[in-house]
Design a protein around this ligand. Structure first.
Ligand code: ADP
Ligand code: MG
Length: 491
């Protein structure tokens, strides 16, 4: 497949000597401003190393960026509706939960708290809608006039749990602005949109805290055993510590929550003697490893409590891949999003269920006939779980007659335009070679509300991740992608 190209924001290659010198400065800037991660190979809490970053901001059409920003509150509201539509969630997840243990675990918690009566009607949604430009025109018969070098953008997924990059998004803009200035192109910075993701996401947490309204209550961040993506997480805490010194924040793993918290008679979650106002999950669950029974118990205890959760269990279910696919099915958006349905449908690419029915069968046939056009996704988060190309075919042939296939969705593969650029990585030779790159834009949204009332609904910032054009996935924490930020083009 030949992909179209977007030109980089300044001419490259950059002369060797200038390039080496600017990378050296940029690496120091990175270390001193939290463009960092912990080293996975030689883990120590005493050091961070630079996170991979793209030297120059990647071009992105301004009109498409603006469209994504404007659409975010609409997507927030859709997710909020889905999370509160019990029947839709039940119908959508019923087959997947038969065969997917993790989805079943979440679902069981949801059923339990609904039976017992939900103690906290307010949810805090901190969402990130991820999208890619599509370089082909999906309308093969009436190609649109603008299908080169891109036609439109399509949603990759929407995250309702552990949507990272509140700090790494904005700081990517700052480091690339610094680099542009060092290269004598400071005049171009005006094309890099402001990014207030960190303060916007933190304001979601403090707004929920204030709604909880119990003096002396605390905020709990749920973290994994070992946090590699430490800069991204800690900056939220630092920001809140600075703007709201009255709020105490704790970081705990689910294992620690099991050991150290209890529910009092008012169903408040008590940690170190204080009620917890907001629980913010910073980790999904490790995709390769199911939570232990104690971790599930901790999750249930949190859900039973009066704390405002981000996400609440129904929000996490609403963020599953299966729900994304069900929203693309005929009629679903019309019912859930009313007048906004056409605007949302426009950003969906082909999404197909693999349930055992006629449409599931034809999806299998379609993917077997042209596997390169599709991505096969299980009900997991956090990167590295999807199947591409030959692996799609292999998996479908293996699962064709097995119930297992209902745990997957099939998605049309998006083919973004390519940009040439430099990726700077810890431990890699300087200067790096010019490589072909593709980007994925994430738009952050915050929504706070109950089933019947929305208190707050905003777009709060963005992030851009960029990977080698021939790589399937681009998780930065997973070591594949690199931090980046958009350079808006009028085209
Ligand atoms: P996860 O929950 O693991 O983040 P995603 O759906 O975001 O799952 O997929 C992971 C990555 O795979 C994305 O960041 C993107 O790079 C790639 N990807 C996913 N879906 C598509 C698609 N339809 N077309 C092209 N690339 C995709
Ligand atoms: Mg993703």
């Amino acid at each position: 497949m030949s992909q179209s190209r977007l030109a980089s924001c300044i001419p490259i290659p950059i002369e060797h000597k200038i390039l080496v010198s600017v990378i050296e400065k940029a690496k120091d800037w990175a270390l001193m401003h939290g463009v960092g991660m912990r080293d996975k190979k030689n883990f120590t809490k005493d050091a961070i190393q630079i996170a991979p970053f793209v030297l120059l901001p990647s071009p992105f059409p301004r009109s498409e960026f603006e469209k994504a920003v404007e659409l975010q509150p609409v997507l927030n509201e859709l997710m909020h509706k889905v999370a509160h539509d019990d029947e839709f969630l039940e119908q959508t997840l019923k087959n997947a939960l038969q065969v997917d243990e993790f989805t079943r675990g979440l679902y069981n918690i949801w059923m339990k708290v609904r039976e017992e009566g939900i103690m906290q009607p307010t949810s805090l949604g901190m969402l990130r809608s991820d999208l890619m430009l599509e370089s082909r025109c999906p309308d093969a018969t009436n190609r649109c006039s603008s299908h080169k070098p891109y036609c439109c953008w399509k949603q990759v997924e929407i995250n309702s749990i552990a949507s990272g990059f509140g700090h790494l998004g904005p700081v990517s803009r700052q480091i690339q602005s610094y680099i542009l200035r060092q290269l004598g192109h400071g005049d171009l910075i005006k094309n890099m949109p402001e990014n207030l993701a960190l303060s916007g996401l933190c304001a979601g947490i403090t707004e929920a805290y204030d709604l909880f309204g119990v003096p002396g209550s605390v905020v709990l961040f749920v973290v994994e055993e070992v946090s590699y993506n430490i800069c991204d997480q800690r900056f939220h805490e630092f920001h809140i510590a600075e703007t709201r010194p009255d709020i105490m924040i704790y970081r705990k793993t689910l294992g620690e929550i099991y050991e150290e918290t209890e529910l009092n008679e008012k169903k408040q979650l008590i940690l170190e003697g204080s009620p917890v106002a907001v629980v913010y999950y910073r980790s999904g669950y490790e995709p390769a490893q199911y939570p232990t029974p104690k971790e599930w118990d901790a999750r249930l205890r949190v859900e039973r409590s009066t704390a405002i959760k981000c996400p609440s269990i129904q929000y996490q279910l609403a963020g599953t891949k299966k729900v994304q696919q069900a929203l693309a099915a005929p009629g679903a958006l019309e019912r859930l999003a009313g007048g906004a349905a056409p605007r949302i449908r426009d950003i969906f690419t082909g999404l197909y269920s693999l349930d055992f029915d006629d449409s599931g069968e034809s999806a299998v046939e379609m993917a077997l006939a042209d596997a390169d056009k599709f991505v096969l996704k299980p009900q997991r988060e956090g990167g590295g779980n999807n199947l591409y190309g030959a692996a799609v075919r292999e998996a479908l042939l293996r699962m064709r007659r097995s119930r297992e296939r209902a745990a997957y969705i099939l998605m049309e593969r998006i083919l973004p335009p390519i940009v040439s650029g430099y990726v700077v990585r810890a431990g890699a030779p300087v200067p790096p070679p010019v490589t072909d790159l593709v980007s994925e834009l994430g738009i952050f949204g915050v929504i706070i509300g109950t089933k019947d009332k929305i208190y707050s609904n905003k777009q709060v910032g963005h992030m851009l991740r960029t990977k080698l054009a021939d790589a399937d996935e681009g998780g930065v924490a997973a070591g594949l992608g690199a931090l980046d930020s958009p350079y808006l083009l009028d085209m």
